[in-house]
Design a protein around this ligand. Structure first.
Ligand code: NAD
Length: 278
């Protein structure tokens, strides 16, 4: 079984860390998620990334129970749905997520999108600070926040996010947000790390993969790991789950990195956080 390092979370000063490679579970329904989560834990995953929006928190909880692992060995992330922004609404939504997961606490609770047109993320973050203070989540963070959104949190609230989960893959290295995160001690977590499947069949990646005797998925996940990103590739297939963790026995060289850098095209697989309002 492959085990992977955990990365320290810095901004909330409580000595916690997050597994570097986790399972992203956007897509499967409750039943499929329960199977995938149980399998992932069995083959060595300790981090799981879900969201209220994915409508599979009950299945994720079921998979965790089925795996029979001690709760404290796992790192469970969920996210607030867009239509639940606001101080009271966010706290109620958190209760619902916790109850669906069947857990006493989550490790990380994220604002899924800033929704700048709705303009309630500051008030929502204050609810997150309360949930953190109550000990019902170990850490709080954000997703899809641009530097301007983070600056507002810094100016108008008390606790800095531990992590910012953003779209990040070879086509969209998202360097400006990543550098801003790092400058503020905020960890970057890559969503759609395989470009939602778009990396497959790419001849440049194929060449690098062949050179190292690895798969394209492993080359791209290794690229994330070498940038110290947290990375949450999605798969429900046992062999792929195993493959996606098995990236700690090779390293990319300068030529590989230049090849991967040449794949940047700025094309998003998802929404633009400055424009998306739910
Ligand atoms: P991804 O980049 O992880 O790609 C998933 C695709 O790659 C799937 O089709 C899967 O079958 C395939 N795949 C995975 N491993 C493979 C392998 N070894 N060989 C061949 N194919 C393989 O895409 P994603 O699911 O969009 O992103 C991952 C996770 O990121 C999601 O599940 C979710 O948890 C998170 N996410 C977050 C947001 C957000 O707004 N915060 C948005 C999208 C996704």
């Amino acid at each position: 079984m492959t085990t992977q390092p955990s990365i320290p979370l810095l901004t909330q000063n409580n000595g916690l860390s997050i597994p570097q490679i986790g399972l992203g579970i956007y897509g499967p329904d409750d039943s499929g998620s329960a199977d995938a989560v149980a399998t992932a834990i069995e083959v060595g995953y300790r981090g799981i990334d879900t969201a209220a929006l994915y409508q599979n928190e009950s299945g994720v909880g079921e998979g965790i129970r089925r795996a029979g692992i001690a709760r404290e060995k796992l790192y469970v992330t969920t996210k607030l749905d867009g239509d639940r922004h606001g101080y009271d609404a966010a706290q109620r939504a958190f209760d619902t997520s916790l109850s669906k997961l069947g857990l006493d606490y989550v490790d990380l609770y994220l604002i899924h999108w800033p929704l700048p047109g709705v303009d309630m993320y500051v008030e929502t973050w204050k609810a997150f600070e309360k949930i953190l203070a109550d000990g019902r989540t170990r850490s709080i963070g954000v997703s899809n926040f641009q530097p301007a959104h983070l600056e507002r949190l810094f100016d108008e609230t008390t606790v800095k996010p531990v992590l910012n989960q953003i779209e990040l893959h070879p086509g969209l290295p998202n360097m400006a947000v990543r550098e801003f995160n790092t400058a503020h001690g905020i960890l970057t977590e890559a969503w759609s790390p395989l470009g939602r499947g778009r990396v497959f069949g790419n001849p440049t990646l194929e060449k690098i993969a062949t050179k190292h005797g690895k798969s394209i998925a492993q080359v791209v996940i290794r690229w994330h790991v070498e940038q110290d990103n947290v990375v949450i590739p999605k798969s429900v297939t046992r062999a792929r789950l195993v493959e996606n963790l098995d990236v700690y026995d090779f390293a990319l060289d300068a030529e590989d990195l230049a090849g991967i850098a040449s794949l940047e095209n700025g094309v998003r697989t998802g929404d633009d956080p400055d424009l998306y309002n739910g």
